[in-house]
Each structure stands twice: as C-alpha cells, then as structure tokens.
Design a binder for this molecule. Structure first.
Ligand code: ZN
Length: 247
C-alpha cells in the first residue's frame, strides 16, 4: 500500500495538566509522533484525542484508518467501552494497531490480548538499551544491533501478555530489569505491535531510532490486501452434488 492512512491517537491530558510534560511536548505527544512519521515519508497522518466527540474515533474515522497508534496513560478509564468495541472490530477486520508505552494498560490492548497486561515499573530516569532480537524483522530495520534511550521509566518482566507471535526487541535497564519491548501479535485479520519506550516526561518521540521503529511498524502493520468478508451462509458450489449421498 503506497499511501497508508494513519491516525495517531493520544489521550492528551498530561500535556494540559503538567508543566513537566508540556515543556517536552508543547503541542502534545501525538504531534511529535505524527511529525516523526512524516519525516519518514508517511504523510497521510491525522491525529485524534480523547476529549473529542466519540473519543476522537467515530466509526467514519476508523473506517478510513489503516493503522492506529495509541498513547494513553492517566485516563484509560475515560475511554468509552463503545470506542473499545469499534477499535477491536476494526483490528479484527484488518486495521493495524500500534500500542505505545503506557498503552499496555489501555482498554483496547487489554481487550485484544485477553490478559491483565500488568508489569513491573520504576520511575528513576534510568538508561535503557534496546536489543534487536529478530534482525530480519521489518520493524527492526535501520536501528543497528541495539540502540540506547538515555532516560526512561523502567518497565520490567514479568509482562502479562500472551506469548507474542514475533518478538523484535528486548530491553535492558540500568537497574537490572529486562523487558519484552517490541512484541507483534495477530488478531483476526489485523496486526498489532506493542512498543515500550515513550514516557511523557522524556523526549523519546524525538529520538531518531524511535521514529525509525514507529515508521517501520506503521508499514508492517498496514493491511497488505483488501478482501471481502468471507463469512456467513454459503450455498454449495455444486448444489446437486451436495445433496447426493457420499459413495
Ligand atoms: Zn510512563
């Protein structure tokens, strides 16, 4: 697909309430994320935020989205269940979903995983080294054997997710923990990528390698083909034969 239609969704609450976040992302995390994609030639990008009508994701907007990126943290509970239903349905019908950082606890991700998605965490501005553990994967292209993120919030195992279909990154943290930081899943006809880095008080979405990974992930998660709904009652291909007893 040459012109992937992307929606970057952000709850957009921290930026309004906390100066420490606004100073890093003055226009909102979604704008920084969208700019990173545009740098990589993914230009058909719109943004949506929680406090817009229908949580920014009415059915028409989702119908025109090939890949949805999701950043949420403090307001997971404010996402309407009807929004979660719409996102889940679109993923099952082929939309790509990229869940960022604290989105591990978002309603859509937990719904699609079916597990608690709990993890260990620590806010200490630690150093993170993100190792590529599947170098042949499209999402790992262009970042070398590993890359560093200078200051992060730590997420540590155990991360209560189903075993990923593909594991692309594992992180090591200064404080000693490790974490499955880049996880691919398939649900129905849709692809899902969870990517760990991205705490709101650190300038992570401006970092070169992070932007490369997100652009790679959008291209990987975009539906490769369109197809007609193959489900429901089907007449026998040869109705007469279908009624004859098998010899
Ligand atoms: Zn965080």
């Amino acid at each position: 697909m040459s012109d992937i239609r992307v929606t970057v969704w952000n709850e957009f609450r921290h930026e309004k309430q906390h100066e420490a976040v606004r100073s890093v992302y003055p226009d909102g995390l979604h704008i920084a994320i969208a700019e990173g994609l545009k740098e990589h030639g993914i230009t058909n990008v719109r943004t949506a935020t929680l406090d817009e009508p229908d949580n920014g994701l009415p059915a028409e907007a989702l119908a025109e989205t090939d890949v949805l990126l999701w950043w949420g943290h403090m307001a997971h509970g404010d996402v309407a269940d009807a929004t979660v239903d719409r996102v889940q349905e679109r993923v099952l019908n082929g939309m790509g979903l990229i869940v960022l950082h604290s989105g591990h606890f978002s309603k859509p991700f937990r719904r699609l995983m079916g597990t608690s998605c709990s993890l260990r965490w620590r806010e200490a501005g630690e150093h993170e080294r993100v190792w590529v553990v599947k170098p042949s994967h499209p999402i790992a292209q262009g970042v070398g054997p590993y890359f560093e993120v200078p200051q992060v919030e730590m997420y540590g195992e155990h991360f209560d997710i189903p075993t990923p279909d593909d594991l692309v990154f594992i992180s090591w943290f200064q404080g000693g923990n490790v974490f499955r930081s880049g996880c691919c899943f398939h649900r129905g006809h849709g692809k899902i990528f969870y990517f760990r880095p991205g705490h709101e008080t650190h300038p992570i979405y401006y970092q070169k390698e992070i932007r490369q990974v997100l652009a790679n992930a959008v291209r990987w998660a975009a539906p490769a083909v369109s197809f007609e709904n193959p489900y429901g009652m089907q007449k026998a291909i040869n109705e007469k034969q279908a009624l004859e007893p098998i010899q």
